[in-house]
Design a protein around this ligand. Structure first.
Ligand SMILES: Nc1ncnc2c1ncn2[C@@H]1O[C@H](COP(=O)(O)OP(=O)(O)OP(=O)(O)O)[C@@H](O)[C@H]1O
Ligand SMILES: [Mg+2]
Length: 328
């Protein structure tokens, strides 16, 4: 497997009336070709902002990527101007994004064929006729019935589930190296969601496309991803393979998240307390106020970096990585 994306020290802030919100705080991660990396964490922990940062999609002002690099091929994505030719070429052709709400990404005034063909014609040297054939083939692959005629539908003529399938097709049509799926299925009902996830998984595996799968549902990530990055308050607080994390969650937050995955017939535990404010964050562990394992040293020591514990498994919890002595 070859390295596709290397993100180091990514930090993104927003200027607000209440102060500077540090939405993404010094995160580092990699994505290899063909692998699925899951990103999980509660609402507001920086999942979307981190992905939008590397795609040059942060609204500025008020947002700004204040530090970091995101190396894709030989290019640092964070150094590219948002609307530069190079960024536009990467966005859509090499890396594509799928968002939660398809109507915000689909153009209501264009037929499905028209908008998918346009992407192909913009990035590949093929004829309109060839483009239409590829669009129909892609629609078939994402499970649109009768794609020859549905290709001429407008988005509003399709059901929500079908529109989301079209979004997946649009993301795949140029055969990108990486797809970033940000809560791509969250808005759909459970059955359609399961079908769509299964289809996306098969498709990216077949095409050897890497995927960053953003969701607040650890159950989904555990099923489809190869590796997981757990985010909390703008930081990646744990990282490892699905097996490493599921068998032995090292960060108390990850442990709580696993307890939150609904099991048939069992009561779901909510994590008590709230995530911290992202303005004027204290220098200590961000999970400290909610952590049931906290010890004296946690209040005194500054938060540590993500630390490798075993294999590819790393955590930011000092108690679980040998970073602090156990006082019990
Ligand atoms: N335009 C903005 N102005 C100010 N703050 C913002 C802006 N966009 C995002 N933020 C803040 O950045 C933080 C991270 O937001 P982000 O959208 O990445 O969360 P998320 O993990 O994707 O949550 P969700 O699961 O709800 O989608 C939040 O605290 C949010 O309020
Ligand atoms: Mg989000």
């Amino acid at each position: 497997m070859s390295r596709l994306l290397t993100v180091e020290g990514l930090t993104t802030e927003f200027k607000t009336e209440r102060g500077i919100v540090r939405a993404v705080n010094n995160i580092s991660y990699t994505v290899d070709s063909g692998e699925i990396v899951g990103v999980v964490g509660e609402s507001g922990c920086g999942k979307s902002v981190s992905q939008m940062s590397i795609m040059g999609l942060i609204p500025s002002p008020p947002g700004k990527v204040v530090a970091g690099t995101a190396i894709f091929g030989n290019t640092d994505l964070l150094k590219l101007k948002k609307e530069s030719k190079e960024m536009c070429e990467i966005r859509g052709n090499r890396i594509s994004m799928i968002f939660q709400e398809p109507m915000t990404s689909l153009n209501p005034a264009l037929t499905v064929n028209k908008q998918m063909s346009e992407m192909l014609l913009e990035h590949k040297s093929i004829s309109k006729k060839e483009a239409r054939e590829r669009v129909i083939d892609m629609l078939r692959q994402v499970g649109i019935p009768d794609p020859e005629s549905r290709a001429d539908d407008y988005p509003h003529q399709m059901s929500g589930g079908m529109r989301q399938r079209v979004m997946v097709g649009m993301a795949m049509i140029c055969d990108p190296a990486l797809i970033i799926a940000d809560e791509a299925t969250t808005a759909l009902d459970a059955t359609i969601q399961a079908q769509l996830l299964e289809m996306m998984n098969n498709l990216v595996r077949e095409h050897h496309t890497a995927m960053v799968m953003v969701t607040h549902n650890l159950g989904i990530v555990a099923r489809y991803a190869d590796r997981i990055n757990v985010m909390y308050a703008g930081s990646i607080i744990e990282s490892g393979t699905v097996k490493e994390i599921w068998a032995n969650p090292l960060h108390p937050y990850t442990e709580s998240l696993i307890h939150c995955v609904p099991q048939l017939g069992q009561k779901v535990e909510a994590i008590p307390g709230m995530p911290p404010s992202l303005i004027n964050r204290p220098p200590t562990c961000p999970f400290l106020p909610r952590c049931k394992y906290r010890q004296k040293c946690c209040f005194e020591d500054p938060v540590q970096e993500l630390t490798l514990v075993e294999g590819t498994h790393s955590t930011m919890c000092a108690l679980r990585s040998g970073g602090a002595k156990n006082e019990q």
